[in-house]
Design a protein around this ligand. Structure first.
Ligand code: NCD
Length: 305
């Protein structure tokens, strides 16, 4: 039985197959409408979510399956002190597959050790967010036609942003990838990724503070929100939260084919005027999130259509 804890759980070839399947689902949704008849997905969300929880649920419903779950720790027995391992033993009796989001790094990993159904990591603290990465890869491949030979700007909260951490892990496996890491000093990419992943693999990168300096040379810009919930004090968050605001004036500095991605939710870091720019791809990106999660559910349940 397979789980999804990190984007590295799939080889590059397996990722290609997953994205091809997502493409076929997008083109022929009817073909898949009953693929999961009788199957149940449980969503176990100990942290807030809109897109990740609802897109997993939409994915299962689109496949003909059904859904159950909780959307906050308060409404589950976690609030009575139940452990993740006991909860997952319970869910294993009720559902065929589950997606778990948890504020503690590694919680979904603990869950998969005690689970008799596939567990999908839907975000664990500041660590990883593999299904967002699958979404991002599919979006990039669909828009740019490739996943290699690109200069990618990652901007915002690179310290706590789990989507960025997972995306870097996934992209360093492709040839000719360069990163421009755009963040304030206090929100730099952690050294365990800079040194142990980028330096280790000899992936070129530069760190800059000003977004304007990076924009003219990018093939893609991945914006992120400052992760308020991971700050130790409110003052630091308030100081950092509007550090970057991408607006039409800054977009004028960027190449004609530089797409802007964002895992969403957006706060202030992308001005709404950018939404009408043809390079704004973040709403398309969330649509791709449903197709890739449909492909993921089929793959983990080993259902062939
Ligand atoms: C992201 C997350 O939860 O890490 N959201 C998402 O799943 N699309 C990004 C964020 O919350 O900033």
């Amino acid at each position: 039985m397979r789980h999804l804890m990190s984007p590295l759980d799939f080889s590059v070839e397996e990722l290609d197959r997953l994205m091809d399947l997502a493409g076929d689902i997008e083109a022929h949704p009817d073909k898949y409408a009953h693929a999961c008849d009788g199957k149940k997905l449980a969503t176990l969300f100990y942290e807030p979510s809109t897109r990740t929880r609802l897109s997993h649920e939409a994915a299962m419903l689109n496949l003909g399956g059904s859904i159950m779950g909780f959307s906050s720790a308060d409404s589950s027995s976690a609030s009575k002190g139940e452990s993740v391992s006991d909860t997952i033993r319970t869910i294993s009796c009720y559902a065929d597959i589950c997606a778990m989001r948890h504020p503690k790094e590694g919680a979904p990993m603990v869950a998969c050790r005690h689970s008799s159904i596939p567990v999908i990591n839907a975000g664990d603290g500041g660590h990883q967010h593999p299904t967002q990465t699958l979404t991002d890869l599919l979006t990039i491949r669909s828009l740019k036609g490739r996943l290699d030979h690109m200069t990618i700007g990652l901007c915002g909260d690179l310290k706590f942003g789990r989507t960025v951490h997972s995306l870097i892990h996934a992209l360093v496996r492709y040839e000719g990838i360069r990163f421009v890491l755009i963040s304030p000093e206090e929100l730099r990419l952690p050294s365990y990724i800079r040194e142990d992943v980028l330096d280790q693999k000899g992936v070129p990168y530069e760190e800059v503070v000003r977004l304007e300096d990076a924009l003219p040379n990018l093939d893609l810009l991945y914006m992120t929100r400052v992760q308020k919930e991971r700050f130790f004090n409110e003052e630091d968050y308030v100081r950092m939260k509007d550090f970057y605001i991408l607006d039409a004036k800054k977009m004028a500095l960027a190449p004609e084919d530089m797409y802007v991605l964002h895992p969403l939710p957006r706060v202030n870091e992308i001005s709404v005027e950018v939404d009408d720019d043809p390079r704004a791809a973040y709403f398309k990106q969330m649509q791709y999130g449903v197709y890739i999660r449909m492909a993921l559910i089929l793959t983990l349940l080993e259902i062939e259509v």
